[in-house]
Design a protein around this ligand. Sequence first.
Ligand SMILES: [Zn+2]
Ligand SMILES: [Zn+2]
Length: 97
Amino acid sequence: MRRRRRPRAFPAVSRSARRPRPAPYDRAEILTRWSGCAYCDGPAEELDHVVPLARGGPDTSDNIVAACRTCNATKYTHDLACWALTEGSGAPCVCDS
Ligand SMILES: [Zn+2]
Ligand SMILES: [Zn+2]
């Protein structure tokens, strides 16, 4: 008499499917591509989201430029137009950030 062998259930553990997500952008590439701050003549030191993440901007390379520390810090979460208007002029923020 033959015993039917039941196929063994596959273990529920899938091979670690957690591969590191490729970064949505290449920091070094962006800094090199701009070869300077996108907003002034300063050095490219940091990445800046043109439309800040806080304002719903995407975290993708077409929303990211190189910026110097000063521009990045003063722009912060202001939208570009507001920052351009207020930066250095002392005018009050118009974008509510
Ligand atoms: Zn700058
Ligand atoms: Zn503002």
